[in-house]
Design a protein around this ligand. Structure first.
Ligand SMILES: Nc1ncnc2c1ncn2[C@@H]1O[C@H](COP(=O)(O)OP(=O)(O)OP(=O)(O)O)[C@@H](O)[C@H]1O
Ligand SMILES: [Mg+2]
Length: 265
């Protein structure tokens, strides 16, 4: 996705010298990285490398001890998760999080609920036209995303008890309803078989192609990362060990030693 002509473009995400300490442990140590607009970037590293901590910093759940975070060239380091969400950031979780008591479709409808808009509570109470048309738009958009994710047939099923592959797609669909600019996926292929992981990746690639969404994904499934990412960053003990194309990362001896060796242990 990145080419020399893109070098001047403002990255969708930029981290500069980010540091996070937990007591004596440097979970992140001067981590700098960029995700270009429309790029699917993979983040790999052994257990404890700092991947989830990095996601927490990007999404605003954790304020770093040092360094800064920029989205689209704007510094967001001190922003709340909610404010970042309004700026176009969405995330899925290592342990999949869907609202089990709601249907698949309702999981998507609540995602866009917070957008609110004109009319407020009074419009809600009297069912004002602005409210009704917004409601219609929301359902239409949810329908579009359900179709794109292959979830139409189960839109009225309760989300609790769905197989993990489907639950991950529902979580993804919910993240896509508001057309995020930047999507963070924490171990999206975890628990999925090869076919399910392929379907998940196809949805993500389709959204990137259609909307120019930028994606940063953490994943232990190295073949998945090599196949579906434009670029890969390897973290090791809280530091960026290497970054490059999937083939460069695959053939990098330091990555092989630190990651492939450690994950085999
Ligand atoms: N809340 C916390 N309190 C103390 N230490 C923490 C906390 N969260 C993470 N750590 C430590 O920070 C380091 C990075 O952890 P993190 O969860 O970010 O790793 P990870 O790369 O996501 O690992 P995994 O692949 O197992 O999910 C680890 O040494 C971990 O023990
Ligand atoms: Mg993690």
């Amino acid at each position: 996705m990145s080419s020399p002509a893109d070098d001047d473009a403002v990255p969708a995400l930029r981290l500069v010298d980010v540091g996070v300490r937990f007591g004596g442990i440097a979970a992140l140590d001067r981590v700098s990285l960029e995700v270009a607009a429309g790029e699917i970037c993979g983040l790999i590293g052994a257990n404890g490398a700092g991947k989830t901590t990095l996601f927490d910093v990007i999404s605003g759940l954790r304020v770093p001890d040092s360094g800064k975070v920029e989205m689209d060239g704007v510094t967001v380091t001190g922003w709340s998760p909610h404010r970042r969400a309004r700026a176009g950031l969405r995330r899925t979780f290592q342990r999949v999080q869907v609202f089990g008591w709601l249907t698949v479709e309702e999981n998507l409808l609540v995602a866009s609920e917070w957008q609110g808009g004109g009319g407020g509570v009074l419009a809600d109470l009297v069912g004002a036209p602005s409210r009704r048309s917004r409601e219609r738009d929301r359902r239409e958009r949810a329908g579009e995303v359900l179709a794109h994710c292959g979830l139409e047939a189960i839109r009225h099923r309760q989300a609790a008890g769905l197989p993990i592959g489907t639950a991950r797609l529902v979580e993804l669909a919910r993240a896509l309803v508001d057309r995020p600019k930047l999507l963070l996926l924490d171990e999206p292929a975890s628990g999925l078989d090869h076919a399910e992981a392929g379907r998940f990746a196809a949805v993500v690639e389709g959204v990137r192609d259609a909307d120019g969404t930028s994606v940063l994904l953490v994943e232990h499934d190295v073949p998945f990362v090599l196949e579906h990412c434009d670029r890969v960053v390897a973290l090791h003990l809280g530091q960026v060990l290497a970054e490059g194309s999937p083939t460069e990362i695959r053939d990098n001896p330091a990555v092989r030693d630190a990651y492939l060796g450690a994950s085999a242990a």
